[in-house]
Design a protein around this ligand. Sequence first.
Ligand SMILES: Cc1cc2nc3c(=O)[nH]c(=O)nc-3n(C[C@H](O)[C@H](O)[C@H](O)COP(=O)(O)OP(=O)(O)OC[C@H]3O[C@@H](n4cnc5c(N)ncnc54)[C@H](O)[C@@H]3O)c2cc1C
Length: 385
Amino acid sequence: MRTANVVIVGGGIVGSSIAYHLTAAGCKDVLVIERESAQGKGSTGKSMGGVRAQFSTVSSIQMSLYSIPFYASFEERLERPSGYRPQGYLFCATSETHMAYLRMNYEKQVALGLKDAQLIAAEEIRNMFPQLRSDDIVGGSFCSSDGFVDPYSAMIGFMTWAADHGAQLWKNTEVTSIKRDAYGINAVETTRGSVATRNVVNCAGPWAATVAKMVDIDLPVEPFRRMLVPTEPFDQFPHSAPMIIDMSTGFHFRPEGLGFLMAWNDPEETPGYKADFDPAFIEKILTRAADRVPVFENIAVNPKRAWAGLYEMTPDHHPILGPVAEVPGFFLANGFSGHGVMHAPATGKILADLILDRKTDLVDSSVLSFSRFAEGRMIEETAVL
Ligand SMILES: Cc1cc2nc3c(=O)[nH]c(=O)nc-3n(C[C@H](O)[C@H](O)[C@H](O)COP(=O)(O)OP(=O)(O)OC[C@H]3O[C@@H](n4cnc5c(N)ncnc54)[C@H](O)[C@@H]3O)c2cc1C
């Protein structure tokens, strides 16, 4: 029977980062199991690639403070590009409540060591982007080291480095069950046969709850459709722009190729494995787009190029990381709630620390543990928009 020190279920960006961090820390015999014929067919290949440190909670900020410098130095470390482009994130506030929220976040970010964030006046936003309708903008926040990465390239970079240093990737192989003995996990069953192991990491993205069920754990991770609309080439807005977020509607966009990539969280969306793009979404998003950026009124969109993917949502919109006390040897890296690409480097480091050393300095791992739900310790947002 094949044996492995650690089996990682799922070869998306999270599984790949964990494989990299384990291997880089000296762990031998890491096996990543991916059921698809190629990596990136889950959420990673659908992502918008945004990376930011402008968060409201300590754990999210700390994870970004590890991840963004990691992406910035990715090529030096892994000899492959992450596609990191530090073009920033610009939050545009349209009420004093928004501004109070940004101010509170900013203070927390600075206290934790973020140097590139700043609060900015409405006038500054008007000067930076006169194309924005700014009559209701009261101010905002901007962080110059926020930006974008190429999720596919980063995922392949992590996995290739790990494979070059001893880890293995099995594609076209599905994990069908997880076996236990008196000590905890002792094997996984796959469509390629059994693998004896004492450590399994659930990196199954939106399918994480199904994998957790294999060890009788009810994992509160739900798939939630998210749609993105790329535009045709458009030159009436600068391509050096950051990710721009209209806080009045949640509409946001960033440059992509010769056009722009637009996103909006549709409040009518319901949970489920819906992978199809709904053409009706185009009118909804273009209405918000033209409202904030009047020149977008004439922007061309080809519905055939738009796509949908799945967010992996948790009840408190924070990931679930680390061991499960009830099942020794079973680890979780799930529920990133829209932030799995930007937090993949930190997740890899945290999981490698917890698997190899049982502790990590990167975050207070108890805050992100699975037990927080049973113990009523869900993470509270410092402010709700
Ligand atoms: C439209 C969209 C936009 C997004 N934008 C951003 C963004 O701007 N920034 C950001 O940080 N995040 C963003 N996200 C979220 C981000 O893409 C995800 O959080 C991240 O990709 C999760 O990575 P993962 O490796 O955990 O999951 P996945 O990439 O889904 O990988 C999980 C893998 O597990 C495999 N698998 C599942 N079950 C099994 C099994 N039983 N056996 C073997 N293999 C199995 C699947 O085939 C899959 O390849 C976005 C997501 C979407 C959908």
